[in-house]
Design a protein around this ligand. Structure first.
Ligand SMILES: C[S@@+](CC[C@H](N)C(=O)[O-])C[C@H]1O[C@@H](n2cnc3c(N)ncnc32)[C@H](O)[C@@H]1O
Length: 289
């Protein structure tokens, strides 16, 4: 049987999520810190369907810090060995939840930001869209003049249909976009390379995110740009996309992972419930790898 090692997660984005979600839990009932950690792990277990290590295990030091912060702001108070929500805590929770109504879904905005970051295409510049699905980002990028290859491994039941529908759309529209059913790891074993590798709402559902980033690094030409749109890890992402959003890589984790995979010049831009991340493959790197 496969043993899953859950790594406790920490950092400002996870803390921001906890400052919201601890209030949600304490609205239901009084809880100890230990119970809060266990409940979060249990409620996020649906994420194990995407990745065996997908459930959220919160670092205990991080939770202690958040509980201290919430107590200082009078949002929670201790009762024996448990915590309970105060009236101010209830008001704060209502304020957080109202934000969801106030903010539209940020995916279109994130795509506009992505196109701006990519800029005008030079002649014959090529783009690979990883986890293209029905081609949400592929068609937008082709629309501004890039030559695009969208790939999708067809990992989920729905995604085999998505790729077929993207292929049909590409045939009927003609132009600079084509689709292939393959995984990023398999494409990285060929000698193809691209000026840009983009991906929209797909990194969170990779079985192995690090392996995917290494493959993307391989597929980029030296000096090429990686661009990723995915859920924001934090209350805004959670309020709209639920536990799924916590499968995404947080701003801080991106910084670390991109460095480990050989990328330089990382940048991250928040657009509502999404995060747009970019980085480059160094000019001095080898291609193909
Ligand atoms: C949620 S969909 C996103 C589709 C589209 N990019 C969008 O923004 O609407 C994620 C897609 O990633 C694909 N995928 C998952 N792992 C992959 C891999 N290793 N290589 C290529 N595609 C993958 C899945 O099959 C799925 O269709």
């Amino acid at each position: 049987m496969e043993r899953t090692i859950l790594k406790p997660r920490q950092g400002p984005s996870i803390r921001e999520f906890l400052r919201y979600y601890v209030l949600v839990l304490l609205r239901e009932r009084r809880m100890s810190a230990r119970n809060i950690r266990r409940t979060i792990k249990r409620r996020s277990r649906e994420n194990r369907g995407i990745r065996p290590s997908g459930a959220l295990l919160v670092d205990s030091g991080e939770l202690r810090l958040v509980l201290r912060q919430l107590r200082t702001r009078n949002f929670i108070e201790p009762v024996e060995d448990k915590w309970r929500l105060t009236a101010q805590g209830r008001d704060e929770l209502a304020r957080c939840e109202n934000q969801k109504e106030a903010q539209p879904d940020g995916k279109e905005r994130a795509a506009r930001k992505a196109l701006k970051l990519m800029g005008e295409p030079a002649p014959a510049e090529t783009v690979l869209d990883v986890g293209a699905g029905e081609g949400f980002l592929s068609f937008k990028v082709a629309g501004v003049g890039y030559h695009v290859l969208g790939i999708d491994s067809g990992r989920f039941d729905y995604s085999k249909d998505s790729v077929r529908s993207a292929m049909e759309k590409a045939r009927s529209r003609g132009g600079k976009v084509e689709f292939r059913e393959t995984s990023v790891a398999d494409l990285a074993r060929t000698d193809e390379s691209f000026d840009y590798v983009v991906t929209s709402q797909a990194m969170h559902c990779m079985r192995d995110q690090k392996q995917c980033l290494e493959a993307i690094h391989c597929l980029l030409k030296p000096g090429g740009m990686f661009l990723c749109i995915d859920f924001l890890v934090g209350p805004a992402g959670f309020l709209r996309h639920g536990w799924h959003s916590l499968l995404a890589i947080s701003r801080e984790e991106w910084g670390e992972m991109l460095g480990e995979c050989g990328f330089v010049e990382p940048s991250a831009h928040k657009t509502g419930d999404y995060l747009v991340v970019t980085a480059r493959k160094p000019l001095s790197a080898q291609s193909p790898c």
